[in-house]
Design a protein around this ligand. Structure first.
Ligand code: GAL
Length: 666
């Protein structure tokens, strides 16, 4: 593989086309000083590489790549197709996307294209053909980077060309117009189609009249598949022209982005990579970061993966954009590595001086190199170099959390029992409780093999096909422990209710039957008989084999079970039918962990993150102290961060990090 896998990569998006040539030599020198090993070049360079339909200019890119190769810096070379140049959309206005109200979106920002447009697609593939031909053998080339953050800005186009593509997609999924009528339940509201060409994307409907939910869901599936086709088309050109060079695209694995079905996408990537940006207004964003890293590791399915972008310090696109505090960049980087990343890259190498991102931080700040940020960057590059021995090692876990983008789409469709049910909410809450206990978590797709796990968390899995419940059932009967949270198992893959009592698909597994949902009003809170409380959701639940663990004291269904436990075969299936508060969730999860025999990575306290990576007999314990006080964790070996031997325990200062190569006295 061209990608040098024996080290941890460090680097970022590098946009030399924004700068005069005389800056490039300094860029290379500074990148070298910072220990940069990988530069992502050309993500938004289409207009520079092809200034006119019949004119390509590769000279500048040759120079950049030659310079980087000479400086020993590898290149993740972009296909530059993320944003078409103005000449293309001027000549082909139909290549611009159309929103659900029927308005064309104008160029002038980025990523304004319709993925069905032949002009855009042909232009993109012609550029990729030339790039692949020209640079396949370039000594700097480590990886190809197709597009950029697919689904960002333009996730769905509603134009007539997309409508035609949608109809073809529907035939592939449902067979014919009758199949669509069945799947979409068009007996409702006089929606029955008599011919395929009557079917449209879910464009804006009259006020207060929701578009058919399955139509909306299928359109999201279609849009994800359509973009994936574009990725695959570019990837296939690159595979043909430069066999052996891995191809990636940067995902946006965040609990704030849900435009693509990444389980389907991940299968098509040679190396999975993701962007993760902190939500600076969220005090628990570092826990979300851990969760998303676990998710990305799941997408990589045992293979290597990279953090492709984050900000070295501030971003420019949140309402308020604070700088990272001293030490935060290092903690953010090591957190990704702790969860399995073999590289940490940022957006971008040199902060821009013009354009919409001029207030976004870069490795090289506007203020230059006599700055705290630059010193932290150089220290980080050195540390990642010294941590190279962990590359290729694995994170192990006995807890799995089931996550699904399609269930997210379904869960958050309109016309549901409560607008307060947010798909990522319970996943984050349960992951956080496990994180606080120091328990490592793998994220898996619904229906994935559960071999080797002791505890499986199934949060808000609203939509499930028929294959999922039997896998969980067999897992529990065989001795596994499962916890399912409310609004799970409710509909099938076509968003049709599973009748006979909620939670449809999981009723027998959980040994309960829910007659009616009883969601709470805004701000309403119910008391639980274990002293805790809950909000958002309750339900009128009957026991059908399970035992009650916690009951409601008040609210719409006083006395009814809120948490149940079902002994089934050799295992246990828990059901949490309400949105328990943080302390109650923590208590429940601690009990589930204990009963399932799950062990933490190391004994730690909340806010002190512990993760272990292993390779054969070797292991590394990562300790990331996110708190304001020093923390001590038991371990013996050598702390690679400080270079100091550790005997019995390591003490990590507030905000600090340690990576202990474990084993005998050092
Ligand atoms: C990412 C994007 C980059 C840059 C960055 C700024 O979403 O891929 O090109 O815009 O955000 O934070």
């Amino acid at each position: 593989m061209a990608w040098d896998s024996g080290r941890l990569h460090f680097g970022g998006d590098y946009n030399p086309d924004q700068w005069p040539r005389d800056v490039w030599a300094e860029d290379r020198r500074l990148m070298h000083d910072a220990g940069v090993t990988l530069a992502t070049v050309g993500v938004f360079s289409w207009a520079h590489l092809q200034p006119a339909p019949d004119r390509y200019e590769f000279g500048w890119l040759d120079e950049v790549l030659d310079g980087l190769a000479g400086a020993g810096i590898g290149v993740d070379l972009a296909t530059a197709t993320a944003s078409p140049p103005p000449w293309l959309t001027t000549a082909h206005p139909e290549a611009l996307p159309v929103d659900r109200e029927g308005h064309r979106r104008w160029p002038g920002a980025r990523q304004a294209y319709c993925p069905s447009s032949a002009a855009w697609r042909d232009g993109a593939l012609a550029l990729v053909e030339r790039l692949g031909t020209r640079y396949a053998g370039h000594p700097a080339l480590r990886m190809w980077h197709v597009g950029n953050e697919y689904g960002c800005h333009t996730s769905r186009c509603y134009c007539d060309t997309c409508a035609a593509g949608f109809r073809d997609w529907l035939v592939r999924r449902h067979g014919d117009v009758d199949g669509v009528n069945r799947a979409w339940g068009t007996a409702f509201w006089s929606q029955r189609y008599s011919a395929l060409d009557e079917i449209l994307p879910p464009r804006l409907t009259p006020d207060g009249a929701w578009a058919n939910p399955t139509q909306q869901l299928d359109y999201r599936r279609f849009a994800s598949d359509l973009l994936l086709e574009e990725f695959v088309a570019e990837r296939d050109v690159l595979h043909r022209l430069s066999p052996g060079v891995p191809v990636t695209t940067n995902f946006m694995v965040m609990t704030r982005f849900n435009q693509l079905d990444y389980w389907a996408w991940a299968r098509e990537l040679d190396v999975v990579s993701t962007d993760y940006y902190p939500d600076f207004a969220d005090p628990l964003t570092h826990v979300e970061a851990a969760f998303c890293a676990d998710m990305t590791r799941g997408l990589a399915d045992g293979g290597p993966w990279l953090l492709m972008e984050t900000s070295p310090s501030a971003v420019n696109w949140q309402p308020r954009n604070p700088a990272k505090r001293p030490g935060q960049l290092r903690r953010d980087a090591l957190q990704q590595v702790a969860h399995g990343a073999d590289g940490f890259n940022v957006f971008q190498v040199r902060a821009s001086v013009a354009g919409a991102e001029k207030f976004h931080s870069g490795l090289i700040p506007h203020a230059g190199t006599d700055t705290r940020l630059w010193r932290e960057v150089v220290e980080l590059g050195d540390l990642l170099d010294r941590l190279g021995e962990v590359a290729g090692s694995r994170v192990e876990s006995s807890v799995a959390l089931v996550w699904d983008w399609q269930a997210w789409w379904g869960c958050e469709l309109d016309s549901h029992p409560s607008v307060d049910v947010a798909y990522p909410d319970r996943a984050r809450a349960f992951h956080r409780a496990l994180w606080d206990l120091g328990v490592a978590v793998d994220v898996v797709a619904p229906g994935a093999s559960l071999d080797g796990y002791d505890l499986v968390v199934v949060p808000t899995l609203y939509l499930v096909d028929d294959s999922v419940a039997p896998v969980l059932d067999a897992f529990v009967r065989g001795g596994g422990h499962v916890v399912v949270t409310y609004f799970s198992g409710i509909v099938d893959a076509d968003d049709h209710i599973r009748t006979g009592g909620y939670p449809g698909a999981f009723r027998e597994l959980l040994g309960v039957l829910v007659e009616e949902f009883a969601p709470l009003l805004a701000g309403e809170r119910v008391m639980l008989d274990d002293g805790g409380s809950a909000d958002v959701w309750t339900e009128d639940l009957r026991l059908a084999g399970a035992e009650p663990v916690v009951r409601y004291v008040d609210g719409p269904v006083p006395g009814r079970p809120a948490v149940t436990r079902h002994a089934l075969g050799d295992g246990v299936a828990w059901y949490v039918a309400t949105r328990t508060d943080v302390a109650t969730t923590a208590r429940l999860v601690a009990r589930m962990v204990e009963e399932a025999g799950v062990r933490p990575v190391a004994a730690s306290s909340p806010g002190v993150e512990v993760q272990r990576r292993r390779a054969g007999a070797a292991s590394w314990l990562f300790v990331l102290n996110h708190t304001d006080a020093a923390a001590t964790v038991a371990t013996t070996g050598t702390d690679i961060v400080s270079g100091v031997p550790v005997s019995g325990s390591v003490t990590v200062p507030a905000g600090g990090v340690a990576v202990v190569r474990e084993g005998g006295p050092a």
